[in-house]
Design a binder for this molecule. Structure first.
Ligand code: ATP
Ligand code: MG
Ligand code: MG
Length: 431
């Protein structure tokens, strides 16, 4: 992909926008871009620099992304809505063409990394709730205030804020690691040893990134413990590269396959509730470490049909009207609403999966099931909104880490709140 129209070859120490941003290390990449930790020499702070591929199609998509990001930032001057902030944007010319560059606030690891740190066994349930609250706050803002659909919600596109004690994290301190043109190995080594001297044996995102780039593997135990034990996990939604408005959609082909909702698979119309389907998949993945639906990777019919079968095995048969209502419905379903090529479905409802496969207690399983199953409704209009999810008892139930006495007290008042909220929600859903 490093050819004309593709990625720009960025190197540590490269400067962008007439020297303003100096590249420190690689943060990540996607199908459209590479993302770099940069030092903003004008404002003395770290930023994330997203350098888009240069072909016209990518440039146009980046311009749409910028329009959406600007709207997202304008509506959230207090920075309370759990969405990433765009700080600057410009164009950069290189051997592969002209690349749109976006400058963002620097955020931490993405949720997939967090799931990896749990050894794919899932996070403690109170951690899952904390993260879900932030995702839902972000979605509620996008959906209700801006009529924006994210359309690519997945763990890689949700980033943690601060995960390491800020006083020990050079990212939060005010010194750049690498200055312009110091791209040779010896200067990287000296930057690393400077970090070592400053911070004892502490691990930091920046140090790890530099070492990883140099092919040196760090013992990840301390990072892992830092992450999972940190006091307050907070996160933000990123990657508005595929976002659209409810009234202005760019394509019918949205979402990453495991997080794709049935209406998109079937080629029916979609709206903000498509994001909620993806959200439910992510919530399950955080709690168990496993992808909720992992359809076979294969030809179109095989892949989509397998995906529909997996959904029905978990959630029951799809209403015939929905099954037959999409542009591609007849590729998968016969006129009775049965799958054409897959005859025997092995039904395994969510609460049983949680108990039998993931060893959840009956209670934890039924609580999570009560929260998730309504969001996984085959009828998009019946799914609760992000705002309604935020009122659900599962989200609001007290974390088990509270002291027993305190917990008892909170539990009593919580029970009453639960009841009131459930009633409010039922009324809301009926209307
Ligand atoms: P996709 O293939 O999902 O469309 P993309 O090319 O649009 O990806 P992003 O998802 O915006 O790119 O960014 C790619 C990765 O870079 C993210 O998954 C994340 O790990 C990292 N990243 C993006 N923005 C930031 C940020 N503000 N701070 C830290 N890391 C970031
Ligand atoms: Mg992405
Ligand atoms: Mg993207």
């Amino acid at each position: 992909d490093y050819r004309r129209g593709g990625y720009h070859a960025v190197r540590i120490g490269d400067a962008f926008k007439n020297g303003r941003y100096v590249v420190q290390s690689k943060l990540g990449w996607g199908h459209f871009s590479t993302v770099w930790l940069g030092w903003d020499t004008q404002k003395s702070r770290y930023v994330a620099l997203k350098v888009q591929k240069s072909a016209q199609h990518y440039t146009e998509s980046a311009m749409d992304e910028i329009t959406i990001l600007q709207q997202v930032a304008e509506g959230d001057p207090e920075d309370q809505k759990c969405v990433v902030k765009l700080l600057d944007h410009f164009k950069h010319s290189g051997p592969n063409g002209q690349h749109v560059c976006m400058v963002f606030e620097y955020l931490g690891d993405n949720l997939l990394t967090l799931i990896k740190y749990s050894d794919y066994r899932g996070l403690p349930i109170h951690r899952v709730k904390e993260i879900c609250i932030n995702i839902l706050q972000g979605l509620d803002y996008l959906h209700r205030q801006l009529s924006i659909i994210h359309t690519d919600l997945k763990p890689e596109n949700i980033l943690l804020l601060s995960v390491i004690d800020p006083s020990k994290d050079p990212i939060k301190s005010k010194t750049p690691l690498i200055l312009p043109n110091s791209r040779d190995k010896s200067s990287i080594e000296s930057a690393v040893s400077r970090l070592n001297a400053n911070m004892g044996r502490e691990t930091s995102a920046a140090k790890r990134a530099i070492l990883e780039r140099e092919g040196i593997k760090m013992g990840s135990r301390s990072t892992r413990q830092n992450l999972l034990a940190s006091a307050d996990l907070r996160c933000k939604l990123v990657d508005f590269g595929n976002a659209c408005w409810t009234h202005k959609q760019f394509t019918t082909d949205i979402q990453t396959r495991q997080y794709r909702c049935p209406e998109v698979v079937l080629g029916s119309k979609y709206s903000t509730s498509a994001d909620l389907w993806s959200f439910a998949c992510i919530c399950f993945e955080l709690a168990t470490g496993d992808v909720l639906f992992d359809p076979l990777n294969g030809a179109y019919i095989l892949h989509f049909q397998d995906h529909l079968a997996l959904m029905m095995e978990l959630l029951g048969m799809m209403p015939r009207k929905i099954a037959l209502g999409g542009r591609y419905s007849r590729d998968f379903f016969n006129k009775f609403g049965d799958l054409r090529h897959i005859r025997r479905l092995r039904f395994w409802p969510l609460n049983k999966v949680l108990v039998e496969k993931y060893k959840f207690s009956e209670r934890d399983a039924s609580e999570l099931t009560e929260f998730l199953v309504p969001i996984l409704d085959f009828v998009p209009e019946k799914r609760p909104t992000a705002a309604q999810c935020l009122l659900h008892p599962w989200i609001n139930r007290i974390p088990c880490s509270l002291e027993p006495n305190q917990a008892q007290e909170t539990q009593n008042s919580q029970k009453k709140r639960d009841k009131d909220e459930k009633e409010a929600m039922e009324i809301g859903m009926r209307n």
